[in-house]
Ligand binder design. Structure first.
Ligand code: MN
Length: 644
């Protein structure tokens, strides 16, 4: 559960904690750094009113809990000095060396980005990019940054509501996932719960009270269970340390959502509490499991062995849920001390092991850390950042490619992206009118798959010709990013709409003119159930509204549009052929419309015009008849004429 009172770390606390694993000369460096930073921040206060130095001290303290190396601890103590105190990098370098300096500079760079980006719509992606690049330099930068964020979240109550929301949002979207990727679960959970308490305070409090209600004295309850379990295991000669905790609120919330989707009741979430049993060996893990299952009835199906079947190689534990001492369900996790440390601090555990004999390291843990090691090694060995980014990419930001504009702006695109995708990412218009591309100064095909670090230049077409239809052909390979595919599709949909609007417009005006209706097309919009005229035109053009339907509507509203007393005189011109008149009279006699007058007018060129006066009370009958006459073979024109 998030703590919301400010815990002040004193220099002596930090030194004491660091002394548990750093050597005497490193402690000396640590003290020097504390002195320097305290002096640099001496005029500053935090918003809570305490001395500013409490913040770097708290961040450094968090890092000692991860057993980070001295350079990282020093950098965390100095992380705000460049920005806020006017300290110059060369000052830090002469006192603490280049490694510490570059760590401080990288952490500062990320901070600057965050601040300048606060007004943009999605600062997350930009921060994410910078994080990625920082990680490319040194993963410790990101670990420091995550600890910095954790302390800021722990003291967020002193900021304005607006900033609380902004920072919590970014924490949820950037920092918690990063902590997760780095295996730093202890951080991930704290970040999530803290951010959640600001983003959804009502739900947060609801869950909090739900826990309280299920066990009115839950802390006492947990304490009691821990005692019972320790006693039980010790009587079986297992050396054990048991810890109890309420489950993380955000993880309960996600479980609630999952249950809601599965149609289950929230009251069915029974494992609000978890007990952790930490023992000395894998053998003791299984022995403990046996003891627990003998003492309390296990719930069927609620057992997982992540020691034998490790889900993410870094995480190992046995999970079981039993009906506990008070007849309430209880989740129990069993693991060794080593497994526990890895589960809590993840990648940061690397620094703890780096000076030790490699044979002592669990091979599965090793596997997970391979990519991280390769970063560190390559950093020392070479400057081949491309290859390094490539390997990181797959682990951290699956399938992204990082390229630059000629002005050195960084663009992050899905891997497989082309110069056309790049153009769209710069500006939608540039995408539509992109004609040629250059990569690193040389012309490339528009289908060229962009590589990390490419500098991409787009040449714009002067002619107002949109994208070629070929771009939509998946196998042609012009577009790699889904977002640009969407844009090109929209372009053609829009183009098609314009075409269909014109088609619909022509059709309607032709209908109105041959029916001699002196009304503006706008009047038909509502009648046909459309909000605006273009939509009506488009619908007619697409064929969504049939020709027959239009004519029907016009005739249905005979009085309004045709303003006559049930009689319409029409003129049909057709190629004169045997059976024409018979076809016409057949259509008329089956229509229910009366023909009260008919005359013909033969032309010289083998055409004939037939004039008819028709009468009915039903507009629909008129419409059907009109339409049926229109489609008789060899009919050339059909129109309404005035009485002669
Ligand atoms: Mn800070």
């Amino acid at each position: 559960m998030p703590t919301k009172e400010e815990i002040i770390i004193k220099p002596s606390d930090l030194v004491k904690k660091a002394s548990t694993y750093l050597d005497a000369s490193e402690i000396l460096q640590l003290k020097e750094t504390i002195k320097f930073s305290t002096n640099a921040h001496k005029k500053q206060k935090r918003l809570s009113g305490v001395d500013y130095i409490t913040h770097p001290l708290a961040v450094a303290f968090l890092l000692t809990e991860l057993k980070m190396d001295i350079q990282a601890i020093q950098a965390s103590l100095l992380h705000d000095t460049l920005e806020d105190c006017g300290i110059k990098p060369n000052e830090i370098e002469s006192l603490f060396g280049s490694e510490v300096t570059s760590l401080v500079e990288s952490v500062t760079k990320i901070t600057a980005i965050e601040l300048t980006n606060m007004n943009e719509i999605t600062p997350e992606s930009e921060t994410m990019k910078k994080m990625f690049l920082a990680m490319a330099e040194d993963v410790r930068v990101v670990i420091i940054k995550i600890a910095d964020r954790l302390h800021n979240m722990q003291t967020l109550q002193f900021l304005s509501k607006k900033r609380q929301i902004e920072i919590s949002k970014e924490t949820m979207e950037v920092f918690a996932p990063l902590a997760d990727r780095l295996g730093m679960w202890q951080y991930k959970w704290q970040l999530e719960d803290l951010a959640f308490s600001y983003l959804e305070p009502n739900i947060y409090n609801q869950i909090d009270s739900m826990i309280a209600a299920s066990h009115p004295n839950h802390l006492g309850y947990i304490e009691k269970i821990v005692g019972v379990i320790e006693e039980e295991l010790k009587s079986n000669k297992i050396d054990v340390e048991a810890q109890g905790r309420v489950k993380h609120i955000y993880s309960i919330y996600k479980k609630m959502q999952r249950y809601a989707n599965e149609g289950k009741k929230i009251s069915e979430i029974y494992d609000l509490f978890a007990i952790r049993i930490i023992v000395n060996s894998i053998q003791d893990c299984y022995l403990s499991l046996g003891v627990i299952h003998q003492a309390w009835r296990p719930i069927p199906g609620a057992f997982d062995d992540y020691i034998a079947n490790s889900k993410d190689s870094l995480y190992q534990s046995i999970h079981t849920t039993v009906i506990g001492p008070d007849n309430k369900p209880l989740e129990v996790q069993i693991r060794t001390g080593d497994m526990h440390e890895r589960a809590e601090i993840g990648v940061a555990a690397h620094w703890k092991y780096k000076d030790q004999n490699i044979d002592n390291i669990d091979p599965r843990f090793e596997k997970r850390l391979v990519w991280l090691r390769s970063i560190l090694e390559r950093q020392i060995e070479s400057t081949d950042t491309d290859e390094f980014i490539e390997s990181l990419k797959h682990d951290l930001f699956q399938d992204q490619v990082f390229v630059y504009t000629p002005n050195s702006d960084l663009k992050m695109l899905p891997s497989g992206s082309t110069p056309v995708d790049f153009a769209f990412s710069v500006h939608t218009d540039l995408g539509f009118y992109c004609k040629e591309a250059k990569v690193n100064g040389s012309p490339v095909s528009l289908k060229y798959p962009l590589q990390n670090g490419d500098i991409v230049e787009i040449l714009r077409s002067n002619k107002k010709i949109g994208p070629p239809r070929e771009w939509l052909n998946e196998s042609a390979g012009f577009l790699g990013a889904n977002s640009s595919k969407q844009k090109v599709k929209q372009w053609f949909r829009k183009l098609e709409k314009e075409h269909n609007i014109n088609k619909g417009k022509e059709f309607l005006s032709r209908e109105l003119s041959r029916l001699k209706i002196n009304r503006r097309p706008k009047g038909f919009t509502n009648l046909m159930g459309f909000n605006n005229l273009n939509d009506l035109y488009a619908a007619i053009g697409y064929g969504d509204v049939s020709n027959k339907k239009i004519v029907q509507k016009i005739f249905e509203n005979t009085n309004e549009f045709l303003s006559l007393n049930n009689a319409i005189r029409i003129k049909l011109t057709a190629i004169d052929r045997v059976g024409l008149l018979r076809d016409i009279t057949t259509v008329i006699s089956s229509s229910g419309v009366n023909m009260i007058e008919v005359s013909t007018d033969e032309h010289n060129d083998n055409k004939v015009s037939i004039f008819m006066t028709l009468e009915t009370n039903s507009g629909k009958e008129f419409a059907n008849l009109f339409y049926d006459l229109d489609v008789i073979n060899d009919v050339i024109t059909l129109e309404r004429v005035s009485r002669t």
